[in-house]
Design a protein around this ligand. Structure first.
Ligand code: ADP
Length: 294
């Protein structure tokens, strides 16, 4: 199984003519609520890819509908607890040109404790993987306890913050970052310098750097594996990284060869960027198979 300690957010998306100004009140022309959060997106991508995924997280008791939405996608949500704290949510204004402005509230995502982590890892087996991002509390506990249990640990430090630098890096087996996160984590700008820094400071683990439409690079056992992105007409790159991670990790944790697993991740995320939205843009396995057969 893959145990994902991750955020579940409710995205409140408001269509507006322009971003609201200080002191101004404006009417929104369209409103929609969507299931979001990097954690939930990655769990959905894992489930769509066919992985046995258990989500560990927290939402407010009135928002059970969003837990049901995850379950419907095939995610085991027995580790999603109900909290009295408001659910994590984002207030998103979107203008006609597609620009957005976002207020994010961590809420229940920040109520995960060392005890939650312990309970969730209670019946794991050594072949299991643990995955986490940077949108929930007690990440240091997740990394430490997973290592103690000798589980494989994949970490996606997104969104990047200074606190990531203080985490126990030696507990991580697989680090997955995009270019911005890679630069922030290494303190370097040029890709060559970033790679050198990872080779020196992160030699104990495998590192994947996703490069947007330039594809992906993996540093593994002293090798560098490059896989190109697929050429598609991108309309919305939201959740590209989450889709990549879910599809890659599903294959890789199932002992698929690294290069093949990277290719599958790139194919799934290439499909996702041709579609609007986050969770709803993540393709099914069938769609990915068909895309790869072309
Ligand atoms: P994030 O969404 O976390 O910023 P990236 O932008 O690096 O991550 O995208 C993740 C993966 O999605 C890339 O490695 C690539 O395979 C795929 N991808 C992203 N943008 C495009 C694009 N315009 N065309 C094709 N594939 C893309």
């Amino acid at each position: 199984a893959i145990i994902n300690f991750g955020s579940i957010n409710i995205d409140h998306v408001y269509q507006v003519d322009h971003f609201v100004q200080p002191g101004e009140t404006i009417a929104s022309t369209h409103y929609q609520t969507l299931l979001g959060g990097k954690g939930a997106n990655q769990s959905i991508a894992l489930a769509q890819a066919g992985a046995d995924v258990r989500h560990v997280g927290s939402i407010h008791q009135n928002d059970a509908y969003f837990k049901q939405a995850l379950i419907k996608k095939g995610v085991d949500c027995r580790g999603v607890k109900c909290s009295e704290t408001p659910s994590g949510h984002a207030i998103i204004q979107v203008t006609p040109s597609g620009e957005n402005a976002i207020v994010l509230f961590g809420g229940a995502n920040q109520t995960i404790t060392a005890k939650t982590v312990m309970a969730a890892l209670d019946d794991t087996k050594p072949a299991d993987w643990v995955l986490t991002q940077n949108e929930t509390s007690s990440i240091d506990e997740v990394l430490r306890q997973a290592q103690e249990k000798q589980l494989k640990v994949a970490f996606n430090p997104a969104p990047m913050s200074e606190s990531v630098k203080a985490l126990p890096h030696d507990c991580i087996d697989l680090l997955i970052v995009n270019e911005t996160e890679a630069a922030a984590l290494t303190g370097k700008e040029a890709m060559d310098d970033i790679v050198d820094e990872f080779k020196q400071q992160w030699a104990h683990c495998e590192v994947i750097i996703t490069l947007g439409k330039a594809g992906v690079m993996m540093l593994r056992k002293g090798d560098v594996i490059n896989v190109d992105a697929f050429s598609v007409d991108a309309v919305d790159t939201t959740a590209a990284g989450d889709t990549f991670i879910g599809y890659f990790l599903s294959a890789y944790s199932n002992h698929t060869d690294a290069k093949q697993a990277l290719k599958r991740g790139c194919a799934a995320s290439a499909i996702a960027v041709t579609r609007e939205g986050a969770a709803q843009s993540i393709p099914t396995q069938k769609e990915v198979d068909r895309f790869l057969a072309k």
